[in-house]
Design a protein. Structure first.
Length: 115
């Protein structure tokens, strides 16, 4: 499974960005996909994800501001981010997990929010 993330960039506080993650390869085994982020000096944390049963999971810090969605025909998961703050600055990673519990990571895309 390969994950190609895109859409990061520099945005002012209060702005919006949309991240995309396109999956390819042996994707039939994938049953969960989502986004994590890692800020300098901090641990990687879950941002938003589709779980195995298709429900969504959000970090408390992004609830009401970020929305995860997917296009199954394109094997792509999106993260729409709104009302961004400098605290959202991080490298964002796409993640997928297979039914065999294998874990896959994308290359990371940088999101920088200026105050």
């Amino acid at each position: 499974v390969q994950l190609q993330a895109s859409g990061g960039g520099l945005v002012q506080a209060g702005g919006s960005l949309r991240l995309s993650c396109a999956a390819s390869g042996s994707i039939r085994s994938i049953n969960a996909m989502g986004w994590y982020r890692q800020a300098p000096g901090k641990q990687r944390e879950l941002v938003a994800a589709f779980t195995r049963d298709g429900s969504t999971n959000y970090a408390d810090s992004v609830k009401g501001r970020f929305t995860i969605s997917r296009d199954n025909a394109k094997n792509t998961v999106y993260l729409q981010m709104a009302s961004l703050t400098p605290e959202d600055t991080a490298t964002y990673y796409c993640h997928a997990r297979s039914s065999y519990l294998d874990s896959y990571w994308g290359q990371g895309t940088q999101v920088t929010v200026s105050s």
